[in-house]
Design a protein around this ligand. Structure first.
Ligand SMILES: NC(=O)c1ccc[n+]([C@@H]2O[C@H](COP(=O)([O-])OP(=O)(O)OC[C@H]3O[C@@H](n4cnc5c(N)ncnc54)[C@H](OP(=O)(O)O)[C@@H]3O)[C@@H](O)[C@H]2O)c1
Length: 274
């Protein structure tokens, strides 16, 4: 792994996880800078990973090869404008993980056609079990794209989308996806309780089943539809449940829900560009 100088602007949850993943993989901590407006957050990241820290975004960015924008979307414009001279003059690779802000909007704020990789990680990245969609502007070199993959790869799997609109779809699938599974787990736990199990038993059975099913789907050569057919005996209990889901229009409902998430992601990009 090459060790470029990386500055994380905003040392919150996501930056903490990515830095943790990088350091765990043997990335040289002395090449990493993390910034935050408050010293408290910085001391925890410094104590944990021995990276360089500063409350000055400019100081961290002055010599960085890669600048990771890991602040909340609402403060991104202020941060980009603060750094715009450095970003324009030094042309580092910019990696933005801020939800809903397009690469084009960031280029407009900088006032230059910068190399930008826009990423949509998801919450399991906090456990290094994430799934990130990545989009790159045409200015990004192959080497820079590889760096972005290494960086987000430190907290899970990475997949590229060709068009930036693909990030709206990624948001609907993996970005918001953990909440869909949580919702399904809630419903299964409640249904288990309605069938007479105590709450703890219903919860444990639901969660372990979700883990087991996910591992089977990931580790098997069969796709999920084949796995489902294999555990659905004709006339059996699973078939009764699957038929009930199908009669209730589960596929159409999932389709509708994810289209709504994708549309909202697109709308938010317009709102956040202002
Ligand atoms: N968490 C997720 O699962 C997830 C998933 C997908 C995308 N994202 C994106 O990842 C980004 C970071 O999310 P997060 O969950 O890590 O948020 P977070 O924990 O709030 O981290 C953001 C950090 O930026 C700091 N900050 C605020 N203003 C700053 C400034 N001007 N200069 C430097 N640092 C500043 C904040 O400090 P204070 O707290 O002191 O204000 C905070 O520590 C967001 O844009 C979010 O959309 C997150």
């Amino acid at each position: 792994m090459s060790h470029p100088k990386i500055a994380f602007i905003g040392a919150g949850n996501m930056a903490f996880s990515i830095i943790g993943g990088l350091v765990k993989q043997g990335f040289d901590a002395s090449q990493i800078w993390a910034t935050n407006l408050t010293e408290d957050t910085l001391s925890s990241v410094k104590d944990e990973f021995q990276v360089n820290t500063t409350t000055s975004n400019i100081e961290a960015s002055l010599e960085a090869d890669v600048i990771v924008l890991s602040v909340k979307p609402q403060v991104l414009k202020t941060v980009v404008e603060e750094l715009s001279d450095i970003l324009e003059e030094r042309s580092p690779l910019i990696i933005s993980i801020a939800a809903g802000i397009t690469a084009k909007t960031i280029q407009e704020w900088i006032g230059a056609e910068s190399s930008i990789v826009r990423c949509m990680p998801n919450t399991p990245a906090l456990l290094q079990c994430g799934a990130s969609g990545l989009y790159k502007t045409e200015q990004v070199t192959d080497q820079q794209a590889e760096i972005a993959e290494q960086l987000l790869g430190a907290v899970g799997i990475t997949l590229w989308v060709k068009d930036e609109s693909g990030i709206d779809a990624v948001t609907a699938v993996s970005g918001s996806g953990p909440a869909y599974y949580f919702l399904f787990m809630e419903a299964m736990q409640q249904a288990g309780e309605a069938l007479g199990l105590d709450s703890e038993t219903a919860k444990k059975l639901t969660l372990q089943t979700a883990l087991g099913a996910a591992r089977m789907a990931l580790e098997s050569d069969d796709d999920p539809a084949t796995l489902r057919r294999k555990v659905t005996s004709p006339g059996g209990t699973t078939e009764q449940a699957i038929n009930t889901f199908n009669e209730g229009g589960l596929s159409a409902l999932v389709n509708k829900a994810m289209k709504a998430a994708s549309d909202r992601s697109e709308e938010l990009s317009v709102i956040l560009a202002k």
